[in-house]
Design a protein around this ligand. Structure first.
Ligand SMILES: [Zn+2]
Length: 303
């Protein structure tokens, strides 16, 4: 079977390039049906989802949203619970969904690196079962800081060995507070990138503003292996932020919605309203994702 990431549809200058959403969450049916039980089991999950109006989605809903929005492929993962067993339940669900829709879903694995051996074992198991990356990890929510080398060293070593990206939740440290806003921002993200220069990293949520600091050449040099996704950015920033960021990190900005928090179709409409050159748009909506997923796509194909 050919590797879709080697196909011309991955080329940045190809008008027919597939759109990739790099940041979506799907949850097992049991979590959708019994969310309050899971709120009792995980304080960070409760913070984000105990409100019954907070949207949760399963794989079928994501696939329907992709169909509606014209999204070809989504990187998708569950929720990074503190308990590795709950992470495992999410990973099983995501991996099975990706096996049912291998051309559409790219599975990432959640785990808790602060859980010690069981957390590492879960990441290893999920990668062995076809996960194409690790994340989205939630440092604060799962009870560790990005500076916690004892938690992250073994996981980063595993990711390097498997040659897969690691996606970390990072957010801005200014502005209003909201549920889930954590204390790990651009400073901590830069430190992590410097500690693990050989890991391919994805800092979610525009890296909390870190791309701006890439205008400092010494900072940029430390971030050459780092990608940023746009997850949930319309909730925080004016849309033009993406246009600025593309001038700062043109090859490393990934369009990601944070579905179901954001609707894919609406977010895409907003992106298309920006005055982006066709090649910029192509990179943002898929070209950069192809590079961020290099090598990992072939893992998916092998399964
Ligand atoms: Zn996040």
């Amino acid at each position: 079977m050919s590797n879709p990431f080697d196909s011309p549809r991955c080329a940045v200058d190809n008008g027919a390039m597939d759109i990739v959403d790099f940041h979506t969450h799907i949850m097992p049916t049991d979590i959708l049906r019994h969310r309050s039980a899971y709120c009792e089991r995980d304080a960070h999950f409760a913070l984000l989802y105990c409100d019954p109006g907070a949207r949760l989605a399963d794989a079928d809903q994501l696939l329907a949203s992709m169909e509606d929005a014209g999204v070809a492929r989504s990187v998708t993962f569950g929720f990074a619970f503190a308990d590795p067993d709950l992470c495992a339940a999410c990973n099983d669900y995501v991996l099975a969904a990706a096996q049912d829709a291998p051309e559409r879903l790219i599975p990432f694995a959640v785990t808790n690196p602060a859980a010690g051996a069981p957390g590492l074992a879960e990441a290893e198991r999920a990668l062995g079962a076809g996960a194409a990356g690790i994340g989205e990890l939630m440092p604060t929510g799962q009870g560790y800081a990005l500076a916690d080398a004892s938690a992250l060293d073994p996981l980063m070593a595993l990711a390097r060995e498997a040659d897969v990206p690691v996606m970390l939740h990072v957010n801005e440290q200014l502005g209003h507070t909201y549920p889930g806003k954590c204390d790990q921002g651009p400073r901590e993200a830069l430190d992590v990138a410097q500690r693990y220069p050989h890991n391919r990293l994805v800092f979610a949520h525009l890296g909390g503003g870190l791309p701006f600091y890439e205008l400092m050449p010494k900072v940029r040099a430390a971030l050459s292996n780092v990608y940023y996704d746009t997850a949930a950015s319309p909730l925080l920033y004016e849309d033009i932020a993406l246009q600025h960021m593309l001038t700062w990190v043109p090859e490393r900005l990934l369009w990601g919605s944070d579905y179901p928090l954001m609707r894919q179709s609406r977010f895409l409409r907003r992106v298309r309203r920006l005055a982006l050159a066709p090649d910029e748009l192509a990179r943002l909506l898929g070209g950069n994702a192809c590079r961020a997923l290099r090598n990992t796509a072939s893992r998916v194909e092998e399964v």
